[in-house]
Design a protein around this ligand. Structure first.
Ligand code: NDP
Length: 305
């Protein structure tokens, strides 16, 4: 059986390590770090993420502010909100939760963020810093994956890493971080030929696709590490049966709960891997931990500590 890489345990360690840094900020007479989250409209999945972010901030003593302009807001209105937050010294990090409702121009909003408050590391300036391997806020999910690997003593150096997915928020920054950690990196996507064969080369396989159970047995080399970034909700019995065919226990769980969360890796077919991240409880918890770590780092920078 593969080792389960426990994201909750790593998240707890990351948050515990932030406490002395927060104490230092407090003792220096400085204000607490401040995070502003802009949630436009009422996307239920985003609301859950944002609620968790705000709650974890409160637990750590990080000031957080949630702004919830309506889905009918114009690009200009959101730009004005971001400009207001950018001008406030007690706000260290600004996060504009995506996806933004149509037709708000997400690109213009992103470009309007001051790079020094871009807590998600998505601004092109910070993307450039990532490519150059200079210090700057790093995209939270890929940064969390690197922490998970490091704290489980999985060193990418010299290994072959394959990332499935090339999004700006996960796939691309993930590949760049693995490259900086000296892996030999291949990025795959929907146009990749021989995807299975590419993936089977991987010592470290990262799946960031958004398709339930997509990575099947034949994608994975025996002894590989599989990092499953995907979070997919199976909301119909048909969808649940497609992944868990013949697994009475899981189907009974679906019947009880009405839905199941699965990753992009098949939950029942990777017994030959050396290590896998569970979904839920693998990569997911690390994203918020890294967001708070980025907020604290920006506050330290703004306070000159
Ligand atoms: P995107 O939809 O932006 O990107 C998906 C990527 O997968 C694209 O590059 C796409 O290729 C590729 N892809 C889609 N279908 C295939 C296929 N059949 N074969 C090969 N590649 C394919 O998704 P995100 O990167 O935003 O998210 C990926 C997953 O990670 C989602 O499940 C999301 O929910 C989850 N996620 C989890 C987070 C966490 O905290 N754990 C945080 C963020 C995301 P192409 O570019 O060619 O279209």
């Amino acid at each position: 059986m593969p080792k389960l890489l426990d994201g909750k345990a790593v998240r707890d360690r990351i948050l515990t390590e932030l406490r002395p840094r927060l104490d230092r900020i407090r003792e220096s007479g400085g204000r607490p770090p401040g995070l502003a989250v802009v949630l436009v409209g009422a996307d239920p999945a985003s609301e859950i993420y944002v609620r968790n972010k705000v709650k974890t901030c409160q637990e750590l003593g990080i000031f957080s502010e949630k702004l919830t302009p309506p889905a009918t807001s114009t690009t200009e209105e959101i730009l004005a909100i971001v400009a207001g937050l950018a001008a406030r010294p007690e706000i260290d990090g600004i996060l504009v939760q995506s996806p933004l409702p149509h037709p708000i121009d997400e690109r213009r909003i992103l470009l309007s963020l001051p790079p020094g408050k871009d807590v998600d590391g998505f601004h092109p300036y910070n993307v450039g810093q990532l490519v150059a391997n200079n210090p700057a806020p790093r995209a939270c999910t890929p940064a969390g994956v690197m922490e998970l690997l490091r704290r489980n003593e999985i060193n990418p150096s010299g290994k072959k890493a394959v990332v499935i997915g090339r999004s700006d928020i996960v796939g691309k920054p993930m590949a760049m971080l693995l490259l900086h950690a000296h892996a030999t990196v291949t990025i795959c996507h929907s146009r990749t030929s021989n995807l299975e064969a590419e993936c089977r080369q991987a010592d470290i396989l990262v799946a960031a696709i958004g398709r339930p159970g997509f990575v099947r047995r034949n994608f994975v080399k025996p002894g590989a590490v599989v990092v499953d970034v995907g979070i997919n909700r199976l909301a119909t019995r048909e969808a649940a049966a497609a992944v868990f065919a013949g697994n009475a226990e899981k189907l009974a769980e679906f019947d009880k709960k009405g839905s199941l969360i699965v990753g992009d890796a098949h939950p029942l077919e990777l017994e030959h891997a050396a290590a896998v991240t569970p979904v839920p409880g693998g990569v997911g918890p690390l994203t918020i931990a890294m967001l708070l770590a980025n907020t604290v780092a920006l506050a330290e920078q703004h306070l000159g500590l």
